[in-house]
Design a protein around this ligand. Sequence first.
Ligand code: 9MR
Length: 367
Amino acid sequence: MHAAPRRFGATLLVTAAAALAACGADSQPTGLEPDTTRSQPAADTVPLRFYAEARGRYIGAATGSVLTMPGDSGALLRSIVTREFSMLWTGTYMKFDYLRPSRATYNYTQADSVVAFGQRNRMVVRGHTLVWHQQVPAWVTAGNYPADTLKAILKDHIDKVMAHFKGKLAAWDVVNEAMGDDGSIRSTIWLTSLGPDYIEQAFRWARAADPDVPLYYNDYNIETASAKSDAVYRMLSDLKAKGVPIDGIGFQFHYQADAAPSADAIASNFARFAALGLKIQITEADMHVKVQNGIASTADQQVQATAYRNMANACLRTPACNAIEIEGIYDGQAWVADPTSWGAPVLYDVHMQPKPAYYAVKAALKP
Ligand code: 9MR
């Protein structure tokens, strides 16, 4: 239990500094001044997952290599994960190239250990992802296979991988990022070899492989109305009308915090997807801020907190939205596109302490 003693300690320091100031004894540094660069302590030590469960939502995080990280840092991060979160995301461990080093070989070791960790700690796991244009192994892309063979390879991948994880996952991202930013379907190895029906086929194969797990389409830059979001809406609407088995849509939420959308803009976009009968999950949230040597300013941390609060509020205003998942646990290990000037995107800082963004998500979740 790290959090409680630290918070008491910090509170005492604040009180002591105030007392010194009141006595006029503020000219000499004592070493006891509060660290104003850190988020201030909050009295509420109730974990996020408690509030999320009360609102009928999962609160999730990407595990990265945290589950196997050695030493005190690993132990602290794992205690944060199990205390605060109820859903896990496996990062790279369920992607095609990771699971399939060769056509005949399957490597489930890391993904299985995430699933087992989740089971031991009353957490669900999202499967990510079966059909994507990235991380397709070279034995597929450079194999010079005819279209029929590529189709068989993709179907076999979906069949085998879904059979392996049957009954163990709360969702599968069957197709990931199939739409381009301009609203036209992205040119990928799967589009070129199988034609535009590959999306429909992937969902049908997935449903046949596991009739129970919820099947998701997952993408970024679709969180509010835009050409891309409109195109995804039309695609899912057409697929639903044809009876294709799609249960939900994942909104990734990769944003620069100062350009993140309002709760109204998100909620109205969510509403049209929910009206198609789709469940909604926030799947890979990160809100980047400007950093210098990995550290963000106090003002930018507040902007980030607002962005997270808006996102969480939009989910809570949408009955179909059942999960808020963050792409990372702490800023020391989170995905960043340009780490030289942007970063610090998640709820815990590099010292593994909760940031204003953490308290903002908690405030949103709190009844
Ligand atoms: O966050 C993921 C990171 O841990 C992995 O190393 C990386 C490569 O597999 O992928 C990151 O996640 C991507 C996700 O799968 C799809 N949406 C974009 C994410 C950031 O690139």
